[in-house]
Design a protein around this ligand. Structure first.
Ligand SMILES: *Cc1c(COP(=O)(O)O)cnc(C)c1O
Ligand SMILES: [Zn+2]
Length: 424
């Protein structure tokens, strides 16, 4: 159970996992897990570990975190769709959706934190985040006691909270935006024993997100025709494609890969623009005019990655090519309208990114991109914040350090070296 080797998509090299996220020969591609189980057995394990066969970990931890798929009635009837399935990745107990930090980033955090513990003795994970990812990793750290260092822009500090008491997070804030938090993170990773989490290059993050495709497929009984998601980095789309390939090879879930139907929030739509011309390279002047300003104008700020894993071998361009995928831009006004509609017809409030995704489904039906009897998997990547606020504690994580600029990094590194001794 859970046996695998890593493999490079460029040269095919097999790699033993020592928390390795890149090919040992130096190729530029997304290293993936090659599992010994070619057919999946759903296990009687907690939360998302039911899909343990296709997660790059040996053991498991106690968790409720899991995608929750159900067949839609309200939204489906409204749109005239006969087979709409919603995977709700947030907090909605009646649907058995227990993602307490309310976004599918927790699906990445759970296997990633376990993988580093298993594969790198005394290694401490560092993660840079604009909000949702940091909160997810803090929560998993609180639940497992595995330490993590999180760097965020100062203005995002308020979105880092946990639902249980937590003393294993070292939170650092810095003046500036997400790019500044990333630069700070890189600096922190020069401390011996501190390891960058790896982003899209980390197979545990991708296969964690890929459980959405698995959960949807198990609920439907076969692979869906379409996979809908709003993307910023596109990692969720890559993950869905990779799991689709495993399900195809399994042989019991259909003989065609689900087509990706991905969306971004206008005016920041670099991958929509590049894919419209079937181009592997993103050309910044052409595909993201206005750069940072355009990113700040968007409503769904989590969808504004300026350096996504799109061109890299095994990345989003390959995922779209391999599935005959579609990418569309969505206007903020349409996203908000779609969010209200979802709340009326299905119940919970959504993350703005998930509202973008619902809007893309509405326009896909109107434009005839999808047929009314197609099997559609709608990945609601975040939601249920209101209900979570009623039911759960939201305990702010206090910053262990707040930097004005990178000039103060040396002092910070000493502090981290000191803090690390607790765990070494
Ligand atoms: C991060 C995030 C996304 C985008 O996911 P990617 O697959 O990494 O592009 C979408 N929705 C929510 C709620 C997110 O937090
Ligand atoms: Zn290689």
């Amino acid at each position: 159970m859970g046996e695998y080797i890593l493999r490079c998509p460029v040269c095919g090299e097999a790699i033993d996992d020592c928390y390795t996220n890149t090919c040992i020969k130096g190729c530029n591609g997304l290293v993936y897990a090659d599992y010994s189980a070619k057919q999946i057995t759903v296990r009687d394990l907690p939360g998302m570990f039911r899909y343990h066969d296709w997660l790059p970990v040996s053991g498991w931890t106690q968790t409720d975190t899991c995608p929750a798929t159900y067949r839609s009635e309200g939204l489906a009837d409204h749109l005239g769709l006969k087979n709409l399935y919603i995977t709700f990745n947030g907090y909605w107990p009646e649907k058995r959706a227990f993602i307490r930090t309310c976004s599918f980033k927790e699906l990445e955090a759970v296997p990633t934190m376990l993988r580093i513990k298993e594969r790198l003795k005394n290694g401490i994970l560092q993660i840079s985040s604009a909000g949702n990812t940091g909160r997810a990793f803090a929560e998993v750290s609180a639940g497992t006691g595995t330490p993590v260092i999180i760097s965020v822009p100062k203005k995002a500090a308020g979105s880092i909270w946990t639902t249980r008491e937590c003393d294993s997070v070292f939170l650092v804030t810095i003046e500036g935006d997400y790019s500044d938090a990333i630069a700070l993170g890189n600096e922190i990773c020069t401390v011996p024993g501190v390891i960058s989490e790896g982003g899209a290059k980390n197979p545990a993050r991708r296969d964690g997100m890929g459980t959405v495709m698995l959960d949807g497929t198990m609920a439907i009984g076969k692979m869906p025709d379409w996979y809908f998601q709003a993307v910023g980095s596109g990692t969720g789309g890559i993950a869905a494609w990779e799991m689709g390939k495993r399900l195809l090879a399994d042989g019991r879930f259909g003989d065609r890969l689900p087509r990706l139907y991905l969306s971004q929030n206008e005016p920041f739509v670099p991958m929509v623009n590049a894919w419209a011309e079937r181009r592997r390279e993103i050309i910044p002047e052409k595909d993201m005019p206005g750069g940072k300003e355009a990113a700040m104008e968007t409503y769904a700020t989590v969808l504004t990655n300026r350096n996504p894993p799109y061109s890299i071998t095994g990345g989003l361009f390959d995922a779209l090519s391999g599935t005959n995928g579609i990418m569309r831009g969505v206007k903020s006004g349409d996203a908000k309208k779609a969010g209200r509609l979802f709340m009326d017809l299905e119940g919970p409030d959504l993350d703005p990114a998930a509202e973008v995704c619902v809007a893309s489904l509405i326009s896909a039906v109107e434009s005839g991109d999808v047929n009314r009897d197609d099997n559609i998997l709608l990945n609601i990547t975040g939601g249920g914040y209101r209900r979570a606020a009623e039911d759960l504690d939201m305990i702010p994580v206090r910053p262990s350090a707040s930097l004005r600029s990178l000039d103060e990094a040396d002092e910070l590194k000493d502090k981290i070296t000191e803090w690390r001794r607790k765990y070494a």
